[in-house]
Design a protein around this ligand. Structure first.
Ligand SMILES: Cc1ncc(COP(=O)(O)O)c(C=O)c1O
Length: 202
């Protein structure tokens, strides 16, 4: 039997991550409005809480509807996984709090959404995380701003408000040359999906 072709981008964007319910045969992804989930018995619950088996425990941690979106985004971006949050600023906070701690440093494009600028300028310094801002086109500026404790580079694919397009591979090369523990967070808020450049790890 010939091997089936891998699903194309268009097919993934409609179907990736969904395993239709065999009982209802619903084509659309159901919206699971639950906070909690049922356990078969104490061993089943223990396995879930110990992360020894896959499944849902509590909706803030994972939910079947959100999981479809996360798996679909990961498939479209050829990533290993995705985490969805309820807002963009929650995503920014989560990424930074996961990756950085006190005394760490960020190099950020100066052309960012205002809420991100406020987070980096006013909120994070209270927790010991500082940021240097660089014009997105200033590659030498990125090189000069990366220091001993830089852990993260933040930029948008298309900057706000000037619509500058970031040269992601060049910025990634600069970060790699400086220190291979520096990672990148690229916000792709107004570019099309499936722009493979945004998956370049910085
Ligand atoms: C580039 C960018 N990042 C983050 C945000 C914040 O997103 P949210 O309003 O969902 O918190 C916005 C909002 O417009 C944005 O444009």
């Amino acid at each position: 039997m010939p091997t089936p072709k891998p699903p194309a981008f268009e097919t993934l964007s409609l179907h990736a991550g969904q395993h239709p319910d065999p009982v209802t045969r619903s084509r659309a992804v159901p919206i699971y409005q639950t906070t909690s989930y049922m356990f078969d018995d104490a061993d089943h619950a223990a396995g879930l809480f110990n992360l020894e088996r896959a499944g849902h425990i509590y909706t803030r941690i994972s939910n079947p509807t959100t999981a479809v979106l996360e798996e679909r985004l990961a498939a479209l971006e050829e990533g290993v996984g995705a985490v969805c949050t309820a807002s963009g600023m929650a995503a920014m906070h989560l990424a930074i709090a996961t990756l950085l701690g006190a005394d760490d440093h960020i190099v950020a494009s100066a052309s960012l959404y205002g809420g991100s600028i406020n987070l980096l300028t006013h909120t994070l310094p209270r927790f010991g995380v500082t940021t240097s801002f660089v014009k997105p086109s200033d590659l030498d500026g990125f090189r000069a701003a990366i220091g001993r404790n830089t852990r993260l580079i933040i930029a948008e694919t298309i900057g706000n408000p000037g619509l500058e397009v970031l040269d992601i591979p060049k910025v990634a090369d600069i970060a790699h040359a400086a220190d291979d523990t520096v990672v990148g967070e690229i916000e792709n808020w107004q570019a099309v999906f499936g722009n493979k450049n945004i998956t370049v790890p910085v």
